[in-house]
Design a protein around this ligand. Sequence first.
Ligand code: UDP
Ligand code: MG
Length: 141
Amino acid sequence: MIERTLVMIKPDGVQRNLIGKVISIFEEKGLRVVALKKLRLTKDQAKAFYIVHKERPFYEDLTNYMSSGPIVAMVLEGESAITRVREIMGATDPKEAKEGTIRKLFGLDKEKNTVHGSDSPESAQREIAFFFSEQELLAVD
Ligand code: UDP
Ligand code: MG
């Protein structure tokens, strides 16, 4: 099934000039960019985006980090895009991520792991709407 998913290039990726490299990896795997923007989240926006993690011990540090500098948010489309993107990103902890995954290639640590990808259709729907209006989602043809 053709799906859409929300991807972020996190502050560590933008800061190290990896925007193009990360997008290229997704494009080479057949995913298409249907929406794209660079922005900086406020602390409150980061807390809202990661609200499902509000009880977790890493929530405060994560939301400080995610609001510490610019990010790139994008919507990718393709066959089974949600699970495909998760596979291409690799495990949360770069040390545990498989060879060739984005987090293995570029992740710095379990927090600064370069990319985010939605984990389910429900998350994808919520996270896409967090950043983009319907009018900003442009299919290729
Ligand atoms: N995170 C962290 N410490 C942890 C687990 C997660 O700092 O022990 C951060 C990390 O940036 C991760 C994000 O919180 O990407 C969301 O965590 P989740 O478990 O949803 O991982 P993901 O779905 O991003 O792989
Ligand atoms: Mg997650």
